[in-house]
Design a protein around this ligand. Structure first.
Ligand code: GAP
Length: 644
C-alpha cells in the first residue's frame, strides 16, 4: 500500500510563499544568500499593510507619539555609547569536523555517551616503522599499538616501548629503532577530541567521526591511539554537533554588527556600522524632536526601518534573518522620583489595574503594563488573538543590567512559540549614555516639577534626597550619583526614562502568513476531492482586498461593467481584476492569495432577470464562501470599513 508522506506545515508555507509571490529567496538565480529574503508582489502588499496598521496605531491615532525616519548608517560613536560595539554579540561554536557554525545557545541539547579520543597517527608511518619487524604492522595498528599507548600515555613511554620491542626483535638494532620511534612520534597528532554518540549508537560510529577529525588535521588514514577511549554519560549537552556528534569549539563571542567604510580611504577611522536596531536613532534625535515639536514628556517617538544583524545561524525561514525590518517605539516618561515630587505618590501596578487611559501619577511599571496592553490590543486588531499569543516575563537574571523589566510577546509559530516583540523598561540608560558620549545635554525641563520642588522646606528636601539615596543604594547605584540626580531634579531637570515596545515586521509577516494558512477539502463538479489552500488574512492586512470578475470574458457588456467597478475600487483599496478561467478557478486563485472579497458581474447585473437586480453584483466572502447581492453603488461603502 502506498503511503503519502506528510509534508511539514512550514515546508508547505515556504512553498506557497514562493508559488504565490509572497516571499522569495534573495538572489535565488545565483544560488541564494543565507539569511536574506525578498518580498514578492503579494508579500510587498502584505508587509506594507502591516507597516501601515502599526504606524497608524502607534502614531496617527495617538496624540502623544510622533514619527521619525532616520538613516541606516550613523556616527560610529553611537554604537560605542549604546554598548553594541563591546557587547552586541552571540556565542558562536564551530563543528571541529565539518566546520559548520552554530549559535552555541541554540544547539539542540544532546544526551548519550561521550567518547574521549586522545590522538591519532597515520597508518603509513606505522607500516614504515614496522616493515622489518617480526610483528606485522596490522598487529601494531589493530591491537598492540593502541594498548601500548593506553598504558604508557606519553610519547616517551611509547618511544621506549618501541625501542624495546624493536631491539629485542631486530637483535640490537637500537639506533634504527630510535629513528623509527622518532618518525612515529613526529607524525603523531596528540589532540583530544570528543564525540557524543546517542544511546544505542556503537562506539565505531564515534571512532569514525574521530578519524574524520584527525584526517582534517592532516593525518591520512588515521589510526586512533587508544582502542578503548575513556567514556562517560552526559545529559542535555550543547557542546556537540547534533548532526554527527562531533565536539564543538568553546563558545566565542561574535559581534553581530555588519560594518562598512564611509568614504574612499577605507581606514579604521572611517569604519561605520549598518544599524542593528532602529532605536538608537530615536535616542540621538531626541533633542531635535523635542525642540522642533510641541511634545512634552510623557511622549513617544517611533520609527519603522531596516536593521541588520550578522546572525550566526539564520533560520526558520524569515524568522531570524540578517536583514530585517523593525517597528520600534521609544516612549519617554518621567523618573518615578519626579512623579512622586509632583503628585505626592506613584500609582503602583496590581493585577486588574485600569490601564485604559494614562494617568499623570503613573510610574514606569504602570506605563510598562500599559504598553503591553496596547500592543496586545494591536495584535488582536489584525487577527492575532490570545489563542496564538503568549508572554514571557524575563526574570531578574535575564535582564540587561540597566533594564527594570522586559516582556516578550510570543507567537505560536509552527516551529515553536517564539518572540514577536519585546517590551522593555530601559530606565534612563540610553539617553544618559548618549549624553555622556556626545557631551550634549539630553535632559528635559519640567516647570511643574520645579514648582513642586520650590515648595519643599529644607527638611523635606533633605528627607527626599535621603530617600532617593537609600532607594538607589538598593539598586546598586552610588549615593553620589543619587545626590547629583536629586540636585538636577529639584531644579526641574531630568533625563527621561524609556519604555520600548520593539517589534519585528518580518516576524509579524511570518506570523500572519502561518496563521492565515488553511487547507480546505473541496469537491469539484465531477465529485473529485481536492485540497485547496485558503489564506485567511484579517481583511485589514490582506494583500488584496477585493477581486472583480466578469462572469464571461467574451461578453463585452460584462467586461465593461466589471472594469468600471474595478477602476472605481482600485482608487481606494488594493484590488485585482481577473477574467481568466472558470469562476471556481478564479475564486480558488483569490483564496490562495487571501483576498477576502470577490465581486462578480453577471447577467443579472445587466438587468436580464428584471430591473430589481440591475446594477447589483455578487459579493463573495472568502472565509465561509457565502454570497450576497449588493448594489454597485453600495460596494465601496460596504468594503471600506471592513478592510481599513
Ligand atoms: N531595540 C530593541 C531591540 O532591537 P530585539 O529584541 O533585539 O530588541 C526587537 O529586537 C525585535 O526585532 C524582535 O522582537 C524581533 O521581532 C525582531 N528581530 C530581532 N532580530 C531579528 C532577526 N534576526 N530577524 C528578524 N527579526 C528580528
Amino acid at each position: 500500500m502506498s503511503q503519502t508522506k506528510e509534508i511539514p506545515l512550514m515546508e508547505k508555507i515556504v512553498s506557497l510563499c514562493k508559488r504565490k509571490g509572497f516571499i522569495f529567496q534573495s538572489s535565488e538565480i545565483y544560488g541564494g544568500i543565507n539569511g536574506f529574503w525578498d518580498y514578492g508582489p503579494l508579500g510587498a502588499e502584505l508587509k506594507r499593510n502591516l507597516r501601515e496598521t502599526w504606524w497608524r496605531a502607534m502614531t496617527r491615532e495617538r496624540e502623544d507619539v510622533v514619527g521619525l525616519d532616520a538613516t541606516i548608517i550613523m556616527h560610529p560613536n553611537i554604537w560605542k555609547a549604546s554598548g553594541h560595539v563591546d557587547t552586541f554579540s552571540d556565542p558562536m561554536s564551530d563543528c571541529l569536523v565539518t566546520k559548520k557554525r552554530f549559535r552555541s545557545d541554540h544547539v539542540e541539547p544532546q544526551s548519550g555517551i561521550i567518547y574521549n579520543f586522545i590522538g591519532a597517527l597515520p597508518q603509513r608511518v606505522i607500516f614504515d616503522v614496522f616493515a622489518d619487524s617480526e610483528l606485522t604492522p596490522e598487529f601494531w595498528i589493530g591491537w598492540l599499538f593502541p594498548r601500548a599507548y593506553s598504558e604508557f600515555k606519553t610519547f616517551d613511554g611509547l618511544a621506549g616501548l618501541i625501542q624495546k620491542g624493536a631491539a629485542s626483535q631486530q637483535k640490537g638494532e637500537v639506533v634504527n629503532a630510535e629513528k623509527k620511534a622518532q618518525a612515529l612520534l613526529e607524525s603523531f597528532v596528540l589532540n583530544e577530541f570528543k564525540v557524543l554518540a546517542p544511546a544505542g549508537k556503537p562506539q565505531e560510529s564515534a571512532a569514525k567521526i574521530a578519524c574524520q577529525f584527525y584526517e582534517s588535521r592532516g593525518i591520512t588514514n588515521p589510526v586512533l591511539v587508544e582502542a578503548e577511549p575513556t567514556r562517560f554519560k552526559v545529559e542535555d549537552s550543547r557542546a556537540f554537533n547534533p548532526e554527527n556528534g562531533a565536539q564543538l569549539t568553546e563558545p566565542k563571542p561574535f559581534n553581530l554588527m555588519f560594518h562598512t567604510y564611509v568614504g574612499a580611504t577605507a581606514s579604521e577611522d572611517d569604519k561605520a556600522y549598518l544599524r542593528p536596531e532602529t532605536a538608537q536613532a530615536i535616542f540621538v534625535q531626541f533633542k531635535n524632536v523635542v525642540d522642533s515639536t510641541r511634545v512634552k514628556v510623557p511622549f513617544g517617538i517611533c520609527q519603522i526601518g531596516k536593521a541588520f544583524r550578522n546572525e550566526v545561524t539564520p533560520r526558520n525561514f524569515t524568522f531570524r534573518s540578517r536583514e530585517f525590518e523593525q517597528m520600534e517605539l521609544e516612549f519617554f516618561i518621567p523618573p518615578d522620583e519626579a512623579v512622586r515630587l509632583v503628585h505626592g505618590s506613584v500609582a503602583a501596578w496590581s493585577e486588574g489595574a485600569d490601564l485604559s487611559s494614562p494617568q499623570p501619577n503613573w510610574g514606569w511599571e504602570m506605563w510598562h503594563r500599559y504598553w503591553v496592553a496596547q500592543r496586545t490590543a494591536y495584535y488582536a486588531g489584525i487577527g492575532l488573538g490570545p489563542d496564538v499569543l503568549d508572554y514571557f516575563w524575563q526574570g531578574k537574571a535575564d535582564l540587561a543590567h540597566y533594564a527594570r523589566a522586559c516582556v516578550d510577546i510570543l507567537f505560536k509559530f509552527p516551529f515553536g512559540t517564539e518572540e514577536l516583540e519585546g517590551i522593555a523598561a530601559r530606565g534612563d540608560f540610553d539617553l544618559t549614555q548618549h549624553q555622556k558620549h556626545s557631551g550634549k545635554p539630553l535632559e528635559v525641563f519640567d516647570e511643574e516639577l520645579r514648582a513642586a520642588a520650590v515648595k519643599l522646606t529644607d527638611e523635606q528636601r533633605a528627607a527626599f534626597i535621603a530617600e532617593v539615596q537609600e532607594d538607589w543604594n538598593d539598586h546598586n547605584k552610588s549615593r553620589e550619583d543619587a545626590a547629583l540626580f536629586c540636585e538636577r531634579l529639584l531644579k526641574g531637570f531630568y533625563v527621561p526614562h524609556v519604555i520600548e515596545p520593539s517589534a519585528g515586521l518580518d516576524r509579524l509577516a511570518l506570523a500572519v502568513l502561518t496563521l492565515a494558512y488553511t487547507e480546505v477539502e473541496k469537491t469539484d463538479a465531477k465529485g473529485n476531492k481536492e485540497t485547496q489552500i485558503v489564506m485567511r488574512f484579517h481583511p485589514r492586512i490582506a494583500p488584496k482586498k477585493v477581486a472583480v470578475f466578469p462572469l464571461l470574458k467574451n461578453k463585452p457588456e460584462l467586461v465593461a461593467k466589471a472594469r468600471a467597478i474595478y477602476d472605481t475600487l482600485k482608487k481606494h483599496v488594493a484590488a485585482d481584476y481577473d477574467e481568466g478561467g472558470s469562476i471556481g478557478k478564479r475564486y480558488a486563485r483569490q483564496d490562495e492569495a487571501g483576498t477576502p472579497f470577490c465581486v462578480t458581474v453577471d447577467f443579472d447585473t445587466l438587468g436580464e432577470k428584471g430591473p430589481e437586480l440591475l446594477d447589483t453584483v455578487t459579493l463573495r466572502h472568502r472565509d465561509d464562501g457565502s454570497q450576497e447581492r449588493v448594489k454597485i453603488s453600495d460596494l465601496l461603502g460596504r468594503l471600506l470599513p471592513l478592510v481599513s
